[in-house]
Design a protein around this ligand. Structure first.
Ligand SMILES: Cc1cc2nc3c(=O)[nH]c(=O)nc-3n(C[C@H](O)[C@H](O)[C@H](O)COP(=O)(O)OP(=O)(O)OC[C@H]3O[C@@H](n4cnc5c(N)ncnc54)[C@H](O)[C@@H]3O)c2cc1C
Length: 267
């Protein structure tokens, strides 16, 4: 059985600022990490491999990004993936979510066409749109189940415990299918020295648009329907007003006055 995991390298979220002049992200000096939700996808693939030794599961990590994204793929190889591909080419630059999904779809079809299951993160902590997996599934014409927290394989079907706002659903679909993961162990795993050494012997290939014969009209800025008007950091909010609750009657009176003064009450 073949599992593809889709992974994205992202800047550490709390260290990124927006340049007020240009509206672009200031990335200098900011460390890059494997997107945490992609880490959950990796964990889930490694877990399925461990739980189903009879299925001979092979895990392939695919990312589209600049050459430095190989470090995110190396982490995947250290923590359970068997091989990895980085789709990297200037022709991919300027891709919005749709053009990114097109490139990923072409990458999967060209590199791992016999896949059974694709596991992605529910969202990237930088772009945060949560659209790439859904659009990739749509472009591949396969079913998708989002917000997974646990996955099981039953014959040719995949069963997913899915998180909702009020609880959980158990959904199942036939494979090939795509799943996104919204939770996992929440612990950044540390590979052993042996894992680190083994990862260096696994295949990690950088693939260009030409290697995959991708039609250039499907990728990059010209294939991106999204227009970005402006990027800006929202103004920071003040700390709010805290009412001391030691004297509950006085606190309730003060709260009532506040609500009346600010027209939150009709009385
Ligand atoms: C007009 C426009 C131009 C842009 N130009 C650039 C640019 O030049 N360079 C640039 O870096 N970004 C660019 N972006 C941003 C880029 O489109 C998004 O970062 C990308 O589409 C992923 O979206 P997201 O971060 O919201 O991912 P989400 O949809 O939130 O990600 C969810 C999951 O999808 C998978 N996934 C997402 N992205 C990838 C990926 N690249 N490879 C593999 N799996 C992935 C992962 O599993 C991830 O957890 C541009 C955006 C727009 C609108």
């Amino acid at each position: 059985m073949k599992i593809v995991i889709l992974v994205k390298q992202v800047p550490e979220a709390d260290k990124v600022a927006v340049d007020p002049e240009t509206g672009t992200l200031i990335r200098e000096g900011v460390a890059s990490i494997l997107n945490p939700y992609c880490e959950y996808a990796l964990d889930q693939a490694a877990k399925l491999k461990k739980e189903n030794p009879d299925l001979n599961i092979e895990v392939t990590a695919i990312s589209m990004g600049p050459p430095q994204a190989t470090s995110a793929l190396l982490r995947c190889l250290e923590l359970g993936a068997d091989k990895a591909y980085l789709l990297s080419d200037r022709k991919f630059a300027g891709s919005d979510v749709w053009a990114t999904s097109s490139a990923i779809k072409e990458g999967i079809v060209g590199l791992e066409p016999e896949f059974d299951l694709i596991i992605a993160g529910k969202q990237a902590i930088d772009g945060d749109t949560a659209q790439v997996p859904a659009e990739t599934a749509e472009q591949l014409g396969i079913p998708q189940i989002t917000y997974g927290v646990d996955v099981k394989i039953n014959d040719k079907r995949v069963e997913v415990k899915r998180e909702t706002e009020t609880g959980y659903q158990i959904l199942s679909t036939k494979m090939p299918a795509l799943i996104t993961m919204s939770k996992g162990s929440n612990i950044r795993r540390v590979p052993s020295m042996q894992d680190v050494l083994d990862a260096r012997t696994k295949p990690l290939n950088i693939v260009s648009a030409d290697d995959l014969n991708i039609d250039e009209s499907k990728i990059g800025l010209s294939a991106s329907p999204t227009q970005v008007d402006k990027v800006f950091a929202p103004p920071s909010k003040s700390g709010g007003e805290i009412i001391d609750g030691a004297d509950s009657k006085a606190a309730a009176k003060k709260l009532l006055e506040y609500l009346k003064e600010n027209n939150f009450l009709r009385v």
